[in-house]
Design a binder for this molecule. Structure first.
Ligand SMILES: NC(=O)c1ccc[n+]([C@@H]2O[C@H](COP(=O)([O-])OP(=O)(O)OC[C@H]3O[C@@H](n4cnc5c(N)ncnc54)[C@H](OP(=O)(O)O)[C@@H]3O)[C@@H](O)[C@H]2O)c1
Length: 270
């Protein structure tokens, strides 16, 4: 039975990936769902079980190393193996750096714990199991991990950190049989920006981005899973994303202009 561990599986892209994996593997799939909200995880688990998948819910705060290690330990003991680890849990933030007061700056560290360290701790604990199964690691970064996005200094920092960590790890694992796929979604239609943090480190309640052309979670999950199945190094979504990383080398000023234009007027530097 193929075993998948998915963090951030209670909502958005992670919940959709869990359902698509359950549908694709049916009774041959064992899926371990992790996030903080148990009720939402149970709702996703019920949807996955309809396809015949064996599903385990493990409430986990990935900002806590002990909980990350316990998640992997529980998954390995319950399923006997781990074939795929999808590091998807993430929190967004939207604030101009100069608007963040010194006493509030600590949430930058907290964001790093969730977005980077959660992935590092889970991956470290899962690596022996993934090597045994010649498995797959997926890291859900962001276009903000390829191009610095104004209003997102904290978020971009965490996602660039993920990009660097998993690029280096991919090279280290080259001959191990374990693949590392980093996904770079653009704007996807989830609530991430609404419950992301504002300058005071509180839930923003609004999105600072224009969301009209947001990609559906179904399409985003489909692209990540295809990249994972094909053991691709990267999944860069949207033409703007594909162009942006190369144009940045030739005309960085133009890319900055485009990044600013993606912000709503009220979220731009004043
Ligand atoms: N949506 C986009 O436009 C977009 C674009 C680029 C990249 N991404 C990345 O895609 C991933 C998924 O985002 P999404 O849009 O699906 O967001 P979402 O709908 O807000 O879901 C985020 C998931 O992460 C979990 N999570 C948050 N903090 C956690 C913590 N401390 N411990 C464990 N789980 C935690 C949430 O569950 P609980 O609250 O239950 O813990 C939830 O399941 C993130 O890494 C995000 O950065 C998203």
């Amino acid at each position: 039975m193929k075993t998948f561990v998915i963090t951030g599986a209670s909502d958005g892209i992670g919940a959709e990936m869990a359902c698509q994996i359950a549908q694709a593997h049916g009774a041959d799939g064992a899926i371990v769902l992790a996030a903080r909200n148990r009720d939402k995880l149970e709702t996703v688990a019920a949807q996955c079980r309809k396809y015949g998948a064996s599903v385990q819910v493990v409430p986990t705060n990935v900002a806590d190393e002990g909980q990350c290690r316990a998640l992997i330990d529980q998954a390995a003991r319950h399923c006997g193996r781990i074939d795929v680890l999808i590091n998807n849990a993430g929190v967004s933030a939207q604030a101009l750096f100069e608007d963040v007061k010194a006493q509030d700056l600590h949430w930058y560290e907290q964001l790093m714990k969730v977005n980077l360290w959660g992935s590092v701790w889970c991956t470290h604990a899962a690596l022996p199991h993934l090597k045994a199964s010649c498995g797959r690691i997926v890291a859900v970064s962001s276009l903000a991990g390829l191009v610095g996005v104004p209003g997102r200094t904290a978020y971009s920092a965490t996602k660039f950190a993920m990009t660097g960590f998993f690029e280096a790890l991919r090279a280290e694992l080259k001959d191990s049989g374990v693949s590392v796929t980093t996904a770079y979604p653009g704007v996807v239609a989830t609530r991430i920006r609404y419950h992301g943090l504002n300058a005071r480190g509180e839930a923003a309640g609004v999105s600072g981005l224009k969301e009209d052309d947001a990609m559906s979670t179904a399409e985003c999950a489909r692209l990540i899973i295809a990249g994972m199945n094909g053991r691709r190094r990267e999944v860069v979504m949207t033409t703007r994303g594909k162009l942006g990383r190369f144009v940045k080398l030739l005309a960085p000023g133009w890319v900055e202009k485009m990044a600013l234009a993606a912000l709503k007027v009220e979220a731009r530097p004043h």
